[in-house]
Write a protein that binds this ligand. Sequence first.
Ligand SMILES: [Fe+2]
Length: 211
Amino acid sequence: MSAAEIKRAWDLLEETAREYKPEWKDSILEHAKVVHDAGLFLAGLFPGNNSIDLRIIALGAILHDVGRSRAQRVVEHGVRSGEIIREQGFPEEAARIGETHIGVGITRAEAQALDLPDRDFVPVTPEERIVCYVDNLLYYIPGEDRHELRDTEVVVDRFTRELGDTYGRRAREFMEGVEKEIGAEGFSRFREYVKELNKKLYGTGSGHSST
Ligand SMILES: [Fe+2]
């Protein structure tokens, strides 16, 4: 993994966030950092993880939300992230991570109905699924100005409430698909990791104890 390329991605995110919404900058950077760290950890738990491209996960995780800066609607920010990632000369696979991280993906029929480009935006590769999975777990708690990783039940509840039963079922299938793939032991290691990460995220600046 080239350190210069990763730094270029962080710089792009920071610069874009600063221009777009200075008051959100730290929050956007922290969000990307957690998705990046937890994504790389999760990748290590996948069977056959030697074939997973950590460089692509890192770049995709850092830049998956960069398109918020030019999205007119929230639902199109993945497409815009893909655009920016390509324009800036990062790999196509990283652009696809940006495009496919919305919810648990957008089918071609849904894309047409939403007036998005006429193709599908469904996470398929392990790299795409990993970033999408972790991004779904991560919640921002505005009152406390901090992030926290939750679990699949919370994600399914949220999508069911916001988008209906069918999408809720799809969300469950997607989230549990990843969990099944890493196996019971992998999943328990991931939950341990999440617990530790949440403790760290809880500590900074919130005034709460981390116990
Ligand atoms: Fe996003």
